[in-house]
Design a protein around this ligand. Sequence first.
Ligand code: NAP
Length: 276
Amino acid sequence: MGDEPSADACPTANGMPMLGLGTWQNADPEQCAKSVRTALETGYRHIDTAQVYDNEVAVGDGIERADVDREDVFLATKVWISNLAYEDVLETARESLDRLGVDYVDLLYVHWPARTYDPEETLAALDELYDEGLIENAGVSNFLPEQVADAVDRCDAPILANQVELHPLLPQLELRAACDERDVEVVAYSPLARGAVFDRPAIQDIAAKHDASEAQVSLAWLREKGVTAIPKATGEAHIRDNWESLFVDLDDEDVAAIDAIEETNREVDPGFAPWN
Ligand code: NAP
């Protein structure tokens, strides 16, 4: 175990570190392993991947190479929409663990309620994996409020989180309230709106006021809202910039100014999304 006291800077929500590293489109194996290692050695303890990102081996390599114990890392992956039948969840989750080189994951999400998603079958399989000790928590992603409620009712395993797109241009008020009611954490994907927040004047003004980056302002706003964020960053500069958002404290006026942004913008919007 290295000397990484800085990991303590990150708050947790139900055992999940509230700032994690996203890895979508970080698919070059060497680069991805390097990003994961850099993040862990910077203090991150939450890594987000998915079967469909085609980088689970590299993510596992990064964890292996970092001077951090696996048990200290909160590792999340997601079952793709073609693998959501009962047997396929069981089989492909095991394949994910093999690729990641771990005995368990901390969180296994249903990536989208789409294609082969069948609430009864899919969630029964998550229960089975939980009972076998292969997953510490179940999760859902891109679920609407009523789908979250249905999953919580059906699943014996704890549904720790619903991972959805969330950032200053898509605040997801209704969904956050529905998750709160069910004690389900909200994890923000694309928390930087894939770069779209960087040129919005309201965010730029607050960034200038705090001598911070626009990325940090977006992440600090999510933290204020009690939302976990998993920005994707490849190189050390972005990885570190995002980590240092933990030291940016917005005041009420800043939060109100971001809340008042009227423009909405959804970056991830496939045809199979439940809202389409
Ligand atoms: P994002 O995190 O909002 O934005 C990533 C982009 O911002 C990358 O181009 C990155 O560049 C850049 N960036 C990161 N930090 C920066 C900084 N401090 N300054 C300037 N630029 C910065 O977008 P995302 O990748 O869509 O979302 C994050 C993660 O959420 C994904 O990686 C994935 O793990 C997860 N996700 C899940 C779903 C789902 O359906 N559940 C969907 C989308 C995403 P570099 O890469 O060059 O650093």
